[in-house]
Design a protein around this ligand. Structure first.
Ligand code: ATP
Ligand code: MG
Length: 447
């Protein structure tokens, strides 16, 4: 037992599942991310087990199982603690087509470790004997702060190009420097990355936002190895575009970093918010938010984001500028809220805070106070439940028909006009007041 192993503590259920499998005659190890995290002194996420048992053995031995990915050897075992533990048969990858590995089961943990991507992910730990099995030197690499592939990096990246992006993420997440040969192979791989499926590329980016403390650490590596240019040309185009103290690209990185991990979903719009500056630099960044929204739309479509996620991010990019002053006239603020939408305004303001922090604002900066004041004012306006849509008006089509206005474009025009009037003066939003406005407008004799 080494020092490293002494620090490892698996949940009770991992020990129990291991014991049951061992008692049934199947060698079983804890592997992958949890071992790595624990060795790195971080709280492990999912505990994964690797075993000599075949999936049907695991399904027979445990009462409560879930067929997570039986074809790939993975069976979920429901622990007494209510959590699910993935138990995967030892595997070796024999054939690959650059995207998918064709899986073959194996009999030893060594074979299983051999197929794994990086040395730090290829350490096995035995929950009963507490033995560490580290044939590729993952423990010393973690200690020395080095990320390297298991085996020849060019070969490993050729087998699966996604490993390049995984390398960038793990290096940033654990603050590792990428070993020379691994880095050289990553750079060679950059032109091949667009062949990866959009979904895998997208999920990697989202994992950066969710898992890495400062996304810029990973994205600078994307830039350095050429992955930014081949996968995200919209972002690459921001490099060297002067803006304030630095360039647009560094401002985007700082803005993404300024959002804490609990707001990971906002890191994407933060990273994109100024991409429109690349194409509008000549024009002094005029209409850069609209240009950015269009560029963001194209990028998120290409990455096959859902319509809902795309719309949300694009809208936030479009609305990140044009934010009114907190002491502006009430109708102006209400109009802005209608444009932005009540469901977006908090995120627009969070982005605003990140944006000014990225431009150097520290506590008590007037820009932060201003945003806080605007948030309070917006809260008060929203609490008064103002009319935001035609449906919020006190009168609708029925009343207008009674006033003699036929359904059609004129009716729509009148309703939109009423919404503007009510936005200026919410006290007008009553049946009486709005009917009176309509009557005077059509010059009705009743008036
Ligand atoms: P995370 O905390 O991000 O989940 P993880 O190490 O658990 O980190 P997973 O993607 O869940 O990452 O994969 C689990 C393990 O499977 C990895 O630790 C690694 O050993 C192996 N692995 C995953 N993807 C690959 C790949 N593309 N090529 C080789 N091995 C891989
Ligand atoms: Mg994992």
């Amino acid at each position: 037992m080494t020092d490293a192993s002494a620090e490892l503590r698996a949940p009770e259920e991992v020990v129990r599942i291991t014991r049951v499998l061992q008692d049934a005659g199947f060698e079983t190890w804890t592997v992958g991310g949890a071992v790595r995290d624990a060795l790195a002194g971080r709280t492990p996420g999912d505990w994964d087990l690797a075993t000599a048992a075949r999936p049907r053995d695991v399904q027979r031995i445990f009462r409560r199982t879930v067929p997570v990915g039986v074809a790939h050897g993975t069976v979920g075992v429901l622990g007494k603690d209510g959590r699910m533990y993935e138990v995967t048969t030892f595997r070796r990858d024999v054939e690959t087509d650059g995207r998918h590995a064709v899986v073959h089961f194996a009999d030893t943990v060594e074979e299983d470790l051999q197929r794994r991507d990086f040395t730090i992910n290829a350490v096995a730990w035995h929950a009963l004997t507490r033995e560490l099995r580290d044939p590729h030197g993952g423990v010393p690499d973690l200690r020395d702060g080095v990320l390297r592939t298991v085996g020849d990096p060019r070969e490993r990246f050729r087998e699966d190009r996604l490993r390049v992006l995984r390398a960038l993420r793990f290096a940033a997440r654990f603050r590792l420097r990428i070993d020379h040969a691994t880095w050289a192979a990553a750079r060679e791989s950059a032109p091949e990355l667009p062949r990866l499926s959009a979904e895998r590329v997208r999920e990697e980016l989202l994992k950066v936002f969710r898992e890495v403390e400062r996304p810029s650490a990973a994205l600078r590596l994307y830039e350095g190895c050429g992955a930014l240019a081949t996968l995200y040309p919209e972002l690459q185009a921001c490099i060297g575009v002067p803006d304030g103290e630095g360039d647009v690209w560094s401002h985007l990185l700082k803005t993404a970093d300024a959002l804490p991990r609990r707001h990971a979903a906002l890191r994407l719009p933060a990273l994109l918010h100024d991409i429109g500056k690349a194409s509008t630099a000549e024009a002094g960044f005029a209409d850069h938010a609209a240009a950015g929204a269009a560029a963001a739309f194209g990028m998120l479509r290409r990455l096959k984001f859902s319509n809902a996620d795309t719309d949300r991010a694009v809208h936030l990019v479009a609305q990140h500028s044009g934010i009114p002053a907190s002491d502006g006239p009430e109708p102006q603020l209400r109009r802005w809220l209608r444009l932005v939408g009540a469901g977006y305004v908090r995120d627009v303001l969070r982005l605003r805070v990140a944006d000014v922090r990225a431009r150097g604002a520290r506590e008590r900066d007037p820009r932060l106070r201003e945003t806080a004041a605007l948030r309070r004012r917006v809260g008060r306006i929203l609490a008064s439940a103002p009319a935001f849509t035609l449906g919020d008006l006190a009168i609708g089509g029925t009343e207008l028909r009674q006033l003699g206005i036929p359904a059609g474009p004129v009716m729509g025009e009148i309703l939109r006009d009423l919404l503007e009037r009510v936005t200026d003066d919410p006290s007008l939003n009553t049946v009486e007041a709005l009917s009176a406005i309509v009557r005077s407008r059509i010059g009705s004799p009743e008036d």
